[in-house]
Design a protein around this ligand. Sequence first.
Ligand SMILES: [Zn+2]
Length: 309
Amino acid sequence: MNTQTKMAIVAIIVVIPLTSLVVYGTDTNQQFTNSDNSKLQVISSFNPLYEFSQIVGQDKIDATLLVPVGVEPHDWEPTIKDVQEMQKSDIIVINGIGFENWVDDLIENNYSGIIVDTSNGIDIIQSEEQHNEEQHNEHDDLLGDPHIWLNPVYAKIQVQNIATAFSNSDAKNSQFYHKNAEEYNKKLDLLDLKIQKELSECSRDFIAFHDAFSYFADEYNLNQHTILTTTNSHGEVTAKTLENVISKARELNIKVIFSEETVNTKTSQIIANEIGGKVLVLSPLEIVSNDNYITKMTQNLENLKEALC
Ligand SMILES: [Zn+2]
């Protein structure tokens, strides 16, 4: 490296922190004087994306969660008031892959902000039930399986997509958004390694409630079986389905049947009783919880270990 290059690098290193200080200083003042106008107005469609948006944006954004507490996002539709709120926002963060079935209407109604599709750059798994005539419902029209957030490796891409979108809309805080995303993604890397390591010696087959863990199963070389064959947690459980799941559980010597926080523990319990096993929760993280993403994923890991290891 010649002296000139060295000088240039030193100059860059010195200049960047000074500029950053000036930018942050100005920002702090703005927050006191014109409060919310200086912040990005960000609406996130459901809980994990709301958490990721807050982690990336922190005090530089006003974050709002769209789907109310206790509501399962698969079937949720916005009210007129929700749509009005959305129209006022700068950014709407969505999962994509058809998970937000209201988003086309919003675009048709000339939404002027930015819609961030966090599935950008992710390899989408096609849902199997699309071609299954017997279980036809409106969700069969989805293009693919939306449950990407349950794979921490994909959650990292979602976090990165959020940081890029915030940076594009608010360039002066670009470094701030990217730094927050990088720091959080390091934690997701640790989570990913932990899941990989702790499940590596265990058996592979598990029975989830609805078809939410395909991306997770692919990442960690597990085989997901489900009580509901749909990617929607509101599907019907028939006697025939129960029979099939029970024989599958017997065949694979499975002793834990998974359920979710909100739905049909009864169904899982019937199966568990039948095979002399028990019910544990495997959360798809779809509804609002007091626990954060990493805590919930770690709880899922603990329950999977109890089932598989
Ligand atoms: Zn789901």
